[in-house]
Design a binder for this molecule. Structure first.
Ligand code: HEC
Ligand code: HEC
Length: 188
């Protein structure tokens, strides 16, 4: 009986480990099973080149925060030369590499809960170039007064996610992990 159980367990383990590649790419079984909280959020970004190139001026936004089409617009060569008033140009091979990375784990392909909510909230503009323009995002932040953001020199704008979301780098945006610099924990 015990032997039979062992075989069943081994076989199921193998089946789960070699599951469909599309699933494994974004959230593997063990990660899904043991870190339920992150599965609720957006997929973490691990690509070092991305973290360096796109995380020097602001927080390196997780690909699952925008649909593929948004990342295509943002990573266009001309667009990068005038990126919100800044020059964020990349050599072509790096640009292509990052685009593949972003497109491959964009919100429209994700199984993570927040990515799905982001996608279903998109209305008139199906591919915004700002996360801060996504209706789901706007809805979550619309009762935060200017004194916490614009008029708070320690934050500047809502684009700097990690200023307030203390676990943003771990892809955790839960409201109980929010600490607004110079103001305190978001408890109300
Ligand atoms: C030279 C500095 C710089 C670099 C490098 C840079 N960005 Fe930006 N990015 C900015 C600025 C400035 C803004 C606008 C911030 C604001 O409105 O306060 C911005 C905004 C954004 C936004 C919109 C954020 C929002 O408001 O929702 C996205 C998305 C974005 N960048 C992605 C990227 C990606 C992807 C890369 C790497 C290819 C990158 N950025 C590299 C300076 C930079
Ligand atoms: C000024 C501080 C601040 C900045 C900057 C900020 N947020 Fe938030 N965010 C908050 C607060 C406060 C809440 C909770 C609002 C509430 O519950 O009423 C929140 C809520 C959220 C939620 C929903 C959390 C939940 O538990 O439902 C998400 C997702 C989120 N933010 C993502 C982001 C992302 C992505 C960025 C950057 C593009 C960002 N935030 C920038 C303060 C901030």
């Amino acid at each position: 009986m015990k032997k039979y159980l062992l075989v069943v367990l081994t076989v199921s383990f193998m089946m789960l480990s070699f599951g469909s590649p599309a699933q494994a790419e974004e959230v593997g079984f063990w990660r899904w099973a043991f870190s339920f909280k992150r599965y609720k959020e957006v997929a973490k970004v691990e690509n070092k080149v991305y973290l360096e190139e796109c995380g020097s001026c602001h927080f390196a936004y997780q690909p699952g925060l925008l649909p593929e089409e948004s990342w295509r617009k943002l990573l266009d060569a001309k667009a990068l030369a005038d990126h919100f008033g800044e020059n964020a140009e990349l050599d072509d091979s790096t640009r292509q590499q990052l685009l593949n990375e972003l497109a491959g784990s964009s919100a429209d392909k994700s199984r993570y809960k927040r990515s799905k909510k982001i996608m279903s909230s998109l209305g008139d503009d199906p591919a915004p170039v700002r996360i801060t323009k996504v209706p789901y995002f706007v809805d979550k932040h619309d009762d935060i007064g200017d004194e916490y953001v614009k008029n708070n020199s320690k934050v500047k704008s809502l684009s700097y996610c990690d200023k307030c979301h203390q676990k943003a780098k771990d892809a955790v945006f839960d409201d109980d992990t929010v600490y607004i610099p110079g103001k305190g924990y978001w408890t109300w």
